[in-house]
Ligand binder design. Structure first.
Ligand SMILES: [Zn+2]
Length: 362
């Protein structure tokens, strides 16, 4: 299995400039590649694949020499990300891929780091091709020989490195690997402890908007008029369709999660309390979180998996190390002063839910 170590990076001003430049070029490539796929499809009905776009990279570099500043693996990864986004869309797991703005393209990846002797030549540093030897704060030892991927991520002013390491498949590890914690996302439908997120599909958001519009139209019609009857039927039909789509989405997602894990952990949500809070109300009730939990629990039971609900108290206000990290709803990033963990707040909550569940079931 893979585990990821996250350390803080301390680039020099020149290195930081180059890292920002890399993000900028990666984002451009991502958006260009997306546009190319769309144009080919819309104008000629042709499908452009990842392999085709990757084969075009040398020609692209010739035409736009700026791309030579970015390591070729990193460029390939941009195209891979785009392809992944399309694949998720085709499988119905995510909405249609967006163009990325600068504040949404904040990391770049070396999918196959080079030789250990070169990458970790000096203690407390990492060699990033095309960037240089960058200082990093290694607060935990890790097996350098088994590094499989390096990802560099910007959190506002800070830079972090995520180093993925392959570790042996002992039984204990497997038990942990196949367990997952899930948190209600605020910016997405749900966040998982494996650091992935489930988005509300765009077709669903659109359908819900159509429904609200139909309801407004109905409320303007005169009582007992024939138009009102018509509008009423229309609302009922739209409502049915949205409900069907939402149910379908929840079934797909819960099935996927139960298939992939032996232990599934969620929070005991007091939905009624939460709905009173107006900011949360929309995302909670729209997403049908309660229904989702029901689906998860009966699918888990049917497939012989374990389903654990943990007390919700403070899952968004503490750190994995046990420290208190208070934050309001507006704060998107968890930042622990004690252990240095910096990560998306919903993902951290999901990890804490998992941590609690493993404690309960141990
Ligand atoms: Zn901490």
């Amino acid at each position: 299995m893979q585990i990821t170590f996250q350390f803080r990076l301390y680039p020099t001003p020149e290195q930081e400039q180059q890292m920002n430049r890399t993000l900028d070029l990666c984002r451009k490539l991502y958006n260009q590649a997306k546009e190319q796929r769309e144009t080919a499809y819309n104008q000629e009905g042709k499908t452009i694949t990842y392999a085709m776009q990757q084969n075009d990279l040398p020609a692209l570099k010739k035409e736009f020499p700026a791309y030579k500043e970015v390591h070729s693996q990193v460029l390939q990864d941009c195209l891979q990300r785009l392809d992944d986004a399309y694949q998720r869309f085709f499988r119905g797991e995510a909405g249609y891929p967006h163009y990325k703005s600068a504040d949404r393209y904040v990391s770049f990846t070396y999918p196959q780091p080079g030789a250990v002797q070169k990458t970790f030549a000096k203690e407390g540093t990492v060699y990033l091709p095309k960037i240089g030897v960058v200082k990093m704060n290694v607060h935990r030892p890790f097996d350098r020989v088994s590094v499989t991927q390096i990802n560099v991520k910007r959190y506002g002013e800070r830079w972090m490195i995520n180093i993925s390491v392959k570790v042996p498949n002992t039984e204990v590890m497997q038990a942990v690997e196949s367990a997952v914690g899930i948190d209600v996302g605020l910016s997405s439908f749900a966040a998982l402890s494996d650091e992935t997120k489930v988005d509300n599909p765009r077709y669903l958001r659109k359908a819900e908007k159509r429904l609200r519009r139909a309801q407004r139209r109905l409320s303007r019609k005169q009582r007992n008029s024939r138009n009102r009857q018509k509008a009423k039927r229309k609302v009922a039909k739209t409502h049915q369709k949205v409900a069907r789509q939402r149910k379908d989405f929840l079934h797909k997602q819960s099935y996927r999660i139960v298939q992939g894990h032996d232990l599934i952990a969620v929070e005991q949500l007091k939905v009624r309390n939460m709905v009173r809070n107006r900011r949360l109300a929309k995302s909670i009730s729209d997403a049908g979180w309660r229904k989702f939990i029901t689906y998860l629990s009966y699918k888990a039971e049917r497939h012989g998996k374990r389903f654990v609900q943990v007390p919700a108290h403070g899952t968004s206000q503490t750190c994995l190390c046990g420290a208190d990290v208070p934050k309001t709803l507006a704060v998107r990033v968890h930042e622990c002063k004690r252990c240095g963990l910096i990560q998306d707040r919903d993902v951290v909550s999901a990890k804490i839910i998992l941590q609690r569940a493993l404690k309960i079931s141990a």
